[in-house]
Design a protein around this ligand. Structure first.
Ligand SMILES: NC(=O)c1ccc[n+]([C@@H]2O[C@H](COP(=O)([O-])OP(=O)(O)OC[C@H]3O[C@@H](n4cnc5c(N)ncnc54)[C@H](O)[C@@H]3O)[C@@H](O)[C@H]2O)c1
Length: 423
């Protein structure tokens, strides 16, 4: 444990990325301050720092990362923290009875393990999407909804007022019968090339970074951020960017788990270390509609006007969710714009309000819903990898008729890093 002296984050941070820290938002109930800890100090951890510290009723009191360079620089830059405690091991964060809330922005293979341990330690939890690395974990984390603590799922789209109004409009029949939604993930990601195995950077606790994953030597390509593209740690882009669109599509369609999943995907474009697909198409079949996921990671142009977006197709018109907000476009060409608002700050505000009031039922990113969306991503990957249609029990998500697929619902956990049970 290292006590960091107080320094102004803005003195040393990239000013553009952290500009939001300059403005502290005043909350309605600011008398009680939430004592918050950040676990994982990469790109997303920085966004968490920016938003959590922008509220005057939230104080970041601890940060944790297995990479000393990242955690120390990060802690030095935090504002208003007289003595931020810096940890290598998340278990020391959870040991601190004075910490009220934690946010988890580690790689996917750590999400559920840390989230469940945090709930067992009595903390409210903001866990980044996908919240799970496999279906067994998604089911376990969903049970956190009944823990009495708040578990906010970090797909922030559900806290956008414009999306919320647009979903209400669709539920009221504004688009007529909606029989399909398309979740679009159409962008150009840089290839990662090929990197040799090396020693890990000095001081890094690489064993703790690997956690439940099999012991394997270090490579820059399986490390910060690029872990997304390796099955032992990530789930490919369907559970990275795609989960935002899949979650919104499912929300707008008002559907849960599907009856069947048909998928195809592989590396059709890149010739590099990637394991996960760069091209993937998944169809989720429901009783009266389909949810289609289309992903191409090598396109510098948009698909139906969107790089990351959702289109709901109704018999009176369509609804488009995208970076510009939500717009309904009716058959006669008339348009109804629902607005465009920042969703991350609202999502974190909603989490803090619920944690302060002990009202998990008021969370906008309910973990049971989030885990269902994560299960769709995991099912899409399993169907892609086994290469055949999966018939799913929509009540449980089970796929009993396909033993190979069912075996991919869980993983082996390395000794010392087993999946905990919820207390
Ligand atoms: N909601 C969103 O819009 C959004 C956007 C970006 C990323 N994310 C999510 O945030 C998460 C982090 O993404 P990132 O881009 O910051 O990744 P990253 O690899 O850059 O950062 C992850 C950090 O976690 C640390 N870490 C790994 N294991 C740890 C452990 N056991 N304890 C403490 N720290 C540990 C790593 O050392 C690293 O610094 C991912 O799950 C990603 O899907 C969400």
């Amino acid at each position: 444990m290292v006590m960091m002296s107080r320094r102004n984050f803005l003195d040393v941070a990239g000013a553009a990325a952290l500009a939001g820290l300059a403005t502290r938002r005043v909350s309605a109930a600011s008398s009680e301050r939430v004592r918050h800890a950040l676990i994982g100090t990469g790109g997303r951890g920085r966004a968490h720092a920016q938003h959590f510290s922008s509220f005057d009723d939230c104080e970041i009191v601890a940060v944790c990362d297995v990479d000393p360079q990242r955690r120390n620089i990060f802690a030095e830059r935090l504002p208003n923290s007289e003595g931020v405690v810096v940890h290598e091991d998340y278990r020391r964060v959870l040991d601190d009875p004075d910490i009220d809330t934690v946010s988890i922005a580690t790689p996917d293979h750590w999400h559920t393990i840390i989230a469940v341990a945090a709930l067992n330690a009595g903390k409210h939890v903001y866990v980044e999407k996908p919240g799970s690395h496999n279906i067994r974990e998604a089911r376990l984390l969903a049970k956190g909804a009944a823990s009495g603590k708040c578990v906010q799922f970090g797909a922030q789209g559900r806290s956008s007022n414009s999306f919320r109004e647009a979903v209400a409009f669709m539920r009221d029949g504004g688009l007529g019968k909606i029989r399909m939604a398309k979740a679009i993930n159409h962008q150009h990601r840089k290839p990662i090339g090929r990197e040799p195995d090396t020693d890990p950077p000095e001081g890094v606790n690489y064993d703790l970074w690997l956690g439940p994953a099999p012991r394997r030597s270090f490579s820059q390509n399986r490390w910060h951020y690029n872990w997304h593209w390796f099955w032992d740690y990530g789930n490919g882009d369907i559970a990275n960017d795609g989960i935002h669109q899949i979650d919104q599509a499912r929300w707008g369609l008002s559907v849960g788990l599907p009856n069947a999943v048909v998928a195809s995907g592989s590396q059709l474009y890149y010739d590099d270390d990637h394991e996960t697909p760069d091209t993937q198409t998944v169809v989720y079949e429901y009783d009266d509609c389909q949810l289609l996921y289309e992903m191409r990671l090598w396109t510098d142009y948009k698909l139906e006007g969107h790089d990351n977006g959702v289109i709901f197709y109704g018999d009176k018109g369509r609804m488009e969710f995208g970076r510009g907000g939500a717009t309904a476009i009716f058959i006669d060409g008339e348009e109804k714009f629902f607005g465009h608002d920042s969703d991350v700050a609202s999502h974190i505000r909603n989490f803090l309000d619920c944690a302060k009031a002990d009202t998990p039922e008021a969370l906008q990113g309910c973990i049971a819903e989030g885990s269902t969306s994560a299960m769709l991503c995991h099912l899409g990957n399993i169907a892609t990898r086994v290469g055949r249609k999966l018939h799913i029990d929509p009540k449980t998500g089970d796929c009993k008729s396909d033993a190979e697929a069912a075996a991919m619902y869980a993983r082996e956990y390395r000794e010392g890093y087993e999946l905990p049970e919820l207390a």
